[in-house]
Design a protein around this ligand. Sequence first.
Ligand code: ADE
Length: 352
Amino acid sequence: MTDRIVSAGPNEGDHSEVNLRPRTIEEYIGQERVVENLQIAVKAARMRKESLDHLLLHGPPGLGKTTLASIVASEMGVNIKISSGPAIERASDLVSILMGLRDGDIFFIDEFHRMPRVVQEVLYPAMEDFALDVVTGRGPGARSVRVPLPRFTIIAATTRVALITAPLRDRFGVVYRLDFYKANEVDQILRRSAGILSLDFEDQAIQLIAGRSRGTPRIANRLLRRVRDYADVISDGNLTKTVAEEALSKLGVDGLGLDEIDQMLLDGLVQKFSGGPVGLETLAASIGEEADTVMDVYEPYLLQLGFIQRTPRGRLATRLAYEHLNEPYPEHLEAHQIKVQGDQLAFNENDN
Ligand code: ADE
């Protein structure tokens, strides 16, 4: 699964050779509202010589949460320590990390929703009070000692904000959602990357790759690297539209950036479940995937394309999905569609 070419999760080889990640805020393309707000927050914190407020970034994978955290650290002129929820297994792991930080340092925690409950319970008071209550001794002689911590900043990233408990979410001064990038932004990102890789390219080749990148820079850069391989082998390194078309078709990525697994999911929803509504678990089982994987990896882009809807009764194929599959749309499905966009968004954020 992880080596699927259009997976938004990191693949082996994504960090090979030249690093394409932007290192400064000026190089960062897209997510304008988030970037502008972060720039102000960084300036204000620096002016006041304070640490930055704790920050929670959420949204689909591959959109640059880790990159943004690293950029914020470098703009603040502080160190960043990077870990992930499942890697911090015990409260003592967290304590030793926090005690090793310096004032102003950033502790970036990826997959924050997977942090064990016992670790979360130590984290809440630490985030709020910059201190830990440590119990020493046993029985009647036990005493609680308050250990001060440096004024650190947590930057947490998650694909599943609904799984973060309210008390933990409340400890973050700022919560931002990263969204899929617009086609012109992915285009700009690809041009920058092609420049770094010293690639000769036709504009249309870049546009073609951008259109199949699912609004996700990680996928865009991965496709660019793979298409470059074809260009090197079959056209002396020239990235022409024809080379890009041929390469993308060989890689099994269709005109919208859907691969075989997305197609299977959509096709299954339409054929086996008559378009739905069908429960997430059932749908996932029908393609041999975990429900969590379907939710985190496949669904966000299909939702963004408007091909499926999450409804209280289950997943539903839309008219657009039927059109994409060249199938006639069964009118009875209309009755299940959720009409109000706002309602659907609220539902998407909170439901699983
Ligand atoms: N490479 C990956 N993500 C990027 C972004 N948001 N801006 C510029 N280059 C990128």
